[in-house]
Design a protein around this ligand. Structure first.
Ligand SMILES: Cc1cc2nc3c(=O)[nH]c(=O)nc-3n(C[C@H](O)[C@H](O)[C@H](O)COP(=O)(O)OP(=O)(O)OC[C@H]3O[C@@H](n4cnc5c(N)ncnc54)[C@H](O)[C@@H]3O)c2cc1C
Length: 534
């Protein structure tokens, strides 16, 4: 549950009372000026939008008295539930464009409330947009719904944020869908347990959102996505409540909970899930290595991913990314490797991994073993920058910079050509649209058969055309990804923004199967219309 004393910003990342570190912001702005020229960075930040200046469309629908008690038309809440947290959302927020605000925002306290709301909305043809932390970066929570609906209701699960039960014997917990990352870990810590799922958006995203988007955690190999931790799930649909059986594994047909992983609110409202847990790690060992360039580093990553060692971190930063995140000088690629365990020391694993990486051309820079002590400096610098990045990003956007990321995955046989083509096409698109720019890359997740490269774009945004410019760049990037055999998303989900590209990635028959599944539980089509499926 969001602590009552703290409010989440209605237009930018995170809590209203948290701002980026001023020294870091100044340093980053100075680098941007040095790189792009003085003109590229506004002297003053674009003013934050004020609620009073925003004209929200009048609500078109209302709820019966019994349901109205936990719904609101409060302008702060309607604005906060209008946009996700992608670059194009922050820019539209700064421009006070909240034109597709939900008519209502509901905060159910329990599953019965959810069921009654869904039931009413199905009868009244009100679109229901399930909402966790609202950190979607693909238009997943934006009530962009057509005239087929009488209105749109954003269904915010944040008041359903408890860890309900812990089964220590099976090492699993029943957790409500609206639980935010920190609340989950706070509840599990006293039991020596962890869900061990840390997306960068951990602070302001929820279990239900993670499952609905097949979120990718911070850990680079083995259990990378939330899917692996879902033991069973409970979902409210207009046709009733569905629950899958708690089982460690099953060969009985396609699994219900797997169908809901990645359903993005279109097949039902996830209300709770039994999640597989792990003992909290105590032993850690990490190292940073350098490689002559990104593709050379990728060869070491592939060797590690295929070694059977399963490092918890195996993150490759290209020279630019290493420089901007203060993990390296900018002359070489940096490979961060880490192991952790609750049960045994991991220095031997690290030694094996280092030998493997060295065999593939990487050079050791720093290595540390610890149990519970401070992280080594380069890994620590990288981690601090990583968690701080969203606050910093929005402050940079206020100064006129375009800052955005995208991600994908591809098999190793195509990796080099894929990355080279994608990097070139992105750079070309950024230069043509913005006149200058930096495109950096990292590998966030590594598999025996491929990897997930992740790209960051920083450029002077064309003033007044920020959204159009990014949309054009992203369209070209997405075309290049689909053309070259990658996926349109490794973990950011499809939402409304990538729906058409996703349609090019999967067979028509499969989309029809999904549509039929939706029709079976949501015949009126009220659940997050326009997301995933047209
Ligand atoms: C700065 C930043 C960093 C990010 N880092 C990562 C990262 O490291 N890894 C990653 O995977 N993603 C990342 N994301 C994307 C985003 O945080 C994830 O998609 C996350 O899983 C969304 O969780 P949420 O609770 O905020 O969901 P929301 O944004 O509220 O919703 C996302 C989608 O899930 C649906 N949904 C939400 N709750 C439910 C529910 N209970 N039942 C059914 N449907 C539901 C919504 O309708 C919507 O379609 C990042 C985003 C930002 C802005």
């Amino acid at each position: 549950m969001v602590p009552a004393a703290r409010r989440l910003s209605f237009w930018r990342w995170g809590y209203e009372d948290v701002l980026p570190d001023p020294a870091l912001l100044e340093r980053t702005l100075a680098s941007a000026r040095a790189f792009f020229g003085e003109h590229a960075v506004s002297a003053e930040p674009r003013p934050a939008p004020r609620l009073e200046a925003i004209s929200l469309p009048p609500p078109r629908v209302s709820l019966p008295a019994a349901l109205a008690a936990f719904a609101t038309i409060d302008p702060h809440e309607r604005a906060r539930h209008t946009l996700g947290r992608a670059y194009r959302d922050i820019v539209r927020g700064l421009a006070c464009d909240f034109s597709c605000a939900p008519d209502l925002v509901a905060f159910p306290e329990d599953e019965a409330d959810v069921a009654r709301l869904v039931d009413h909305c199905a009868g009244a043809r009100i679109a229901v947009i399930p909402f966790g932390g609202g950190s979607s970066v693909c238009g997943g929570v934006e009530p962009r719904v057509d005239g087929h609906f009488t209105g749109a209701l954003s269904l915010d699960l944040s008041r359903m944020g408890r860890v309900l039960e812990i089964d220590a014997k099976s090492r699993a917990a029943c957790i409500e869908a609206g639980a935010f990352g920190p609340a989950i870990e706070d509840a599990l810590r006293p039991h020596g347990l962890t869900l061990r799922h840390y997306p960068q958006s951990f602070e302001v995203s929820t279990l239900g959102g993670w499952i609905a988007t097949r979120s990718g955690g911070h850990f680079a190999t083995l259990q990378t996505h939330i899917d692996d931790f879902v033991e069973s799930i409970r979902v409210v649909t207009p046709k009733g409540t569905l629950e899958s059986r708690r089982l460690p594994a099953s060969g009985a047909g396609p699994q219900l909970e797997r169908l809901y992983c990645g359903s993005e609110g279109t097949l039902g409202v996830i209300t709770r899930a039994w999640m597989r847990l792990q003992d909290r790690p105590r032993f850690r060992a990490s190292a940073s290595l350098s490689a002559s360039d990104f593709l050379a580093g990728a060869r070491a990553v592939r060797a590690l991913a295929q070694s059977g060692l399963h490092p918890s971190n195996c993150r490759l930063l290209d020279p630019v990314e290493a420089f901007t995140s203060r993990a390296g000088s900018g002359a070489e690629a940096v490979l961060l490797v880490a192991f952790e365990s609750a049960h045994h020391e991991v220095d031997v694993d690290l030694e094996r991994a280092l030998a493997c990486a060295r065999d593939h051309g990487a050079t050791l820079r720093e290595s540390t073993t610890r149990d519970g002590e401070r992280r080594p400096s380069q890994a620590e610098n990288w981690r601090t920058a990583f968690l701080h990045a969203p606050y910093l990003r929005d402050a940079l956007i206020q100064r006129g910079l375009l800052v955005e990321t995208f991600e994908t995955a591809v098999t190793w046989d195509r990796f080099d050509a894929f990355h080279t083509a994608l990097h070139e096409e992105t750079t070309r698109a950024v230069f043509e649209r913005c006149g200058a720019g930096i495109v950096s890359a990292r590998i966030t997740h590594a598999y025996p058969d491929g990897a997930a490269p992740y790209y960051t774009v920083i450029a002077p945004a064309p003033r007044g055309h920020e959204v159009a410019a990014w949309d054009e760049i992203k369209t070209r990037v997405t075309d290049a990804i689909v053309r070259s055999g990658g996926t349109v998303t490794h973990h950011h989900a499809v939402g409304r923004d990538l729906r058409d590209a996703y349609a090019r990635e999967v067979p028509r028959e499969y989309r029809e199967m999904l549509a039929a599944a939706k029709h079976a539980v949501d015949p009126a089509g009220i659940l997050n219309p326009g997301v995933l499926l047209s």
